[in-house]
Design a protein around this ligand. Structure first.
Ligand code: PRT
Ligand code: ZN
Length: 286
């Protein structure tokens, strides 16, 4: 058998574009022409299966695929014997309880003895059990949000992103029960060779993710402000300082994190930095 890592990604849906974009950012080329169910990467030992997301956890468990990308909600609901390798940071959403917006809500105890419609009976069941609530779970496979208005259930448990679907169906979100994003799953019995390929892939994903969270910063500063400026810049190590052609001035280069971006910029300006340039980083290897 050829040593190829077989990855299952969603064929067409909310995860598809971002899954393939991540693979592409990892420098892996794949030709996923229209309607293809299988494809091979041309420059990395990887093979792609394009599937419904519902099937991916099971295929990874059974070894039909070695790894797969799905929403954490799907992975948790399917509850298969697989390893959760990595969170991927896209397709963020939440699984929430919602009720008619005209109802008053006092807390989770309001669901005692009520009926709830959902496509996530396992996650909902676990949540109700943990909160010692007895409620009736109606499993339905789609259009969950219309259940209260047609008298099928008192409330629902469904995926929420912007909240506009709930709103347009006259519902309000009352409890978030699970936070989700895309995750990478792996088969529990990968061969050493496949594990090595997976490690190479993870190394690349880490570099892409770290780069996204960081920016490269360049600025000019009078030499007497350098000490203050260097203290403000966290950097990977200490910043690079280069003399400018203008006497008494230097150029400072460093890396800053997206999270503290504006505070750092403000601090640098106050400390006397000028001509600040902030540029995206394509890959970052620590
Ligand atoms: O065909 P296939 O079975 O492969 O796809 P699917 O239709 O089952 O799944 P898909 O493509 O809709 O979603 C795939 C994954 O994307 C989900 O499992 C989630 O992890 C994630 N995701 C992120 C979402 C949403 N955002 C989302 N907004 N999945 C569904 N929704 C739906 C939700 O069900 C509700 O109907 O969008 C509506 C709510 O959105 P807002 O913005 O109105 O709140
Ligand atoms: Zn699905």
């Amino acid at each position: 058998m050829k040593n190829t890592l077989r990855i299952a990604v969603q064929k067409s849906g909310r995860l598809s574009d971002d899954s393939l974009a991540l693979i592409k950012e990892c420098g892996i080329k794949v030709n996923n022409g229209m309607g293809k169910l299988k494809a091979e990467a041309s420059n990395f030992p990887m093979e792609f299966l394009f599937l419904r997301d519902d099937d991916i956890p099971g295929y990874v468990q059974d070894g039909v695929a070695d790894i797969g990308i799905v929403g954490a909600n799907e992975a948790e609901e399917k509850d298969k014997q697989v390893d959760w390798v990595k969170k991927l940071g896209f397709s963020k959403c939440r699984l929430s309880l919602a009720i008619d917006k005209a109802e008053t809500y006092n807390g989770i105890q309001d669901f005692e003895g009520k009926s709830l419609a959902t496509s996530y009976p396992k996650i909902l069941g676990d949540y109700l059990k943990a909160n010692k609530i007895n409620a009736d779970i109606h499993e339905i496979s789609g259009s969950v949000e219309i259940a209260p208005s047609i008298g099928l259930a008192y409330g629902i448990c469904d995926i929420v992103s912007s909240g506009s679907t709930l709103m347009s169906n006259g519902l309000k979100e009352v409890e978030v029960i699970f936070k989700s994003e895309a995750v990478m799953l792996a088969n529990k019995n990968l061969s050493t060779e496949k594990k090595e390929i997976l490690d190479r892939l993870i190394f690349r994903i880490d570099a892409v993710q770290t780069a996204k969270n960081n920016k490269y910063i360049l600025l000019n500063a009078p030499n007497d402000a350098l000490e203050n400026i260097i203290n403000i810049l966290p950097g990977m190590k200490s910043p690079t300082v280069l003399p400018l052609a203008t006497e008494g001035w230097s150029s400072v280069h460093s890396v800053i994190q997206e999270d503290d971006f504006w505070e750092i910029i403000e601090g640098l300006r106050n400390a006397g930095a000028q001509g600040i340039l902030v540029v995206p980083i394509e890959k970052m290897i620590l």
